[in-house]
Design a protein around this ligand. Structure first.
Ligand SMILES: C[S@@+](CC[C@H](N)C(=O)[O-])C[C@H]1O[C@@H](n2cnc3c(N)ncnc32)[C@H](O)[C@@H]1O
Length: 402
């Protein structure tokens, strides 16, 4: 039961007004679907929240008896719904990593609209989790047209139960959504509510020619983008970034755990050099250079630290979680910046080479890039599929890298 004075209908309507105001919900048919699905019916008890008392990155459970649970059910926030794969890592019951969540409602709406569905279309959702998104799809298209797959058996069962309790009966499959759902294809649309570093070809194969695959896509270096790919007659899907989509990775494509400093051996022998490239250009969030470096340099992650002394100095750290790292110190007014590199790879040199290529193309923004996915893997291109970005393996090679 909601706490006294908490009117679910009012809160839901206010959330939908907000989604409409910020341009996330523009289609009346989707608004009608959202209005049919009270979000609180899909939130588990407990959800998880940052431990405000200790502010140390760990999370604590928050149950339905807490007003926070209800307030957030109708706020435009993503809510952690599982930590540490269901076994909270803290000895005191606290959780370290979010392993499932109820996505942010505005992102849910943007992604559903990006699917460009028409009545009667069949949709496959990857990542059932709470079941909320599958309920929205069911409200819009009819549950008979919706299949959703979740890799975690406990979550799949929870999602299935929440859907049934709320009156929706889409097909809920427990399994690895990176693989085919046996006997279910073809679909008109595939929607991943989990991010991919390598887009599973199964998503393309299960979509009819002319159909769309909408998925968050990225790597550990650049901000994750939302890709909309159209499946061609030749079995290849191609498309461009259409926005931002910060999501957790597919379970089998997760990044190495820990902070950047866990992956940097400060005692390793260091090679010193200097660069004239402003490291911030390479790291500018959501910029074209960041996108190009992330796409071109395999296994790369970054961390950027600004000095707090007002000097304007900062350090960019690059690392690959396999023993190689680099750091570049930016000092305002300096003619060049100190570089340190360690490990078997020369990560700064690799990043600078990618940056040089990007500059030579005229410094294109992220929106000029695109991605094609075929049975061989994925390929990133500039302006058109016939212009692949070079990779360490060569300009025309499909990449399976993580
Ligand atoms: C952000 S949540 C999805 C939110 C969900 N659509 C909702 O409405 O609540 C991502 C989910 O993807 C699931 N997942 C991760 N890897 C998967 C895989 N290979 N196949 C299917 N589900 C996967 C996670 O267990 C997690 O529950």
């Amino acid at each position: 039961m909601p706490p006294p004075g908490f009117d679910v209908d009012e809160r839901l309507a206010a959330l939908l007004d907000h989604l409409q105001e910020i341009g996330a919900l523009t289609d009346e048919r989707w608004r009608a679907a959202f209005a049919e699905v009270p979000r609180h019916l899909f939130l588990p008890d407990p959800i998880w929240a940052d431990d405000g008392a200790r502010d140390d990155g760990w999370m604590v459970p928050v149950g339905r008896q807490d007003p926070y649970w209800w307030e957030n059910a109708y706020a435009d926030f993503a809510l952690p719904t599982q930590v540490d794969d269901g076994a909270p890592a803290g000895a005191d019951g606290r959780g370290r990593y979010t392993t499932s969540s109820a996505s942010q409602p505005s992102l849910v709406a943007l992604m559903l609209e990006a699917l460009q569905v028409e009545d009667g279309m069949r949709v496959l959702e990857i990542g059932t989790a709470t079941g909320y998104n599958a309920a929205l799809l069911s409200a819009r298209l009819g549950a008979e047209n919706v299949t959703t797959i979740e890799v975690d058996p406990h979550l799949a069962e929870q999602g299935r139960a929440a859907l049934a309790d709320a009156g929706f009966k889409p097909t809920v499959v427990c399994g690895d959504g990176a693989l085919d759902v046996p006997g279910a294809a073809p679909f008109d649309r595939v929607l991943a509510t989990v991010a991919a570093k390598r887009i599973p070809y199964a998503w393309v194969e299960q979509t009819r020619p002319g159909g769309l695959v909408v998925t968050p896509w990225g790597n550990d270096y650049a901000a994750t983008v939302l890709l909309r790919l159209e499946v061609g007659q030749d079995g290849t899907a191609s498309g461009r970034p259409i926005g931002e989509a910060p999501f957790m990775w597919l379970r089998e494509q997760r990044s190495a755990k820990g902070a950047w400093s866990d992956h940097v051996d400060f005692d390793a022998p260091v090679r010193r050099s200097a660069t004239q490239v402003d490291p911030q250009v390479l790291a500018e969030p959501c910029g074209g250079a960041e996108f190009a470096v992330g796409a071109m340099v395999p296994h790369l992650a970054k961390a950027l630290f600004h000095a707090r002394d007002g000097s304007g100095e900062y350090t960019l750290w690059l690392y690959d979680t396999r023993g190689s790292w680099a750091s570049v110190d930016f000092v305002p007014g300096a003619a060049e910046y100190a570089v340190e590199q360690a490990g078997s790879r020369h990560l700064w040199d690799e990043a600078e080479t990618a940056h040089r290529w990007w500059e030579a193309q005229g410094g294109p923004g992220r929106e000029r890039f695109g991605v094609s996915v075929g049975p061989e893997g994925h390929r990133v291109w500039l302006d058109e599929p016939a212009r692949p970005v070079p990779t360490p393996q060569g300009p025309r090679t499909w990449s399976h890298r993580s």
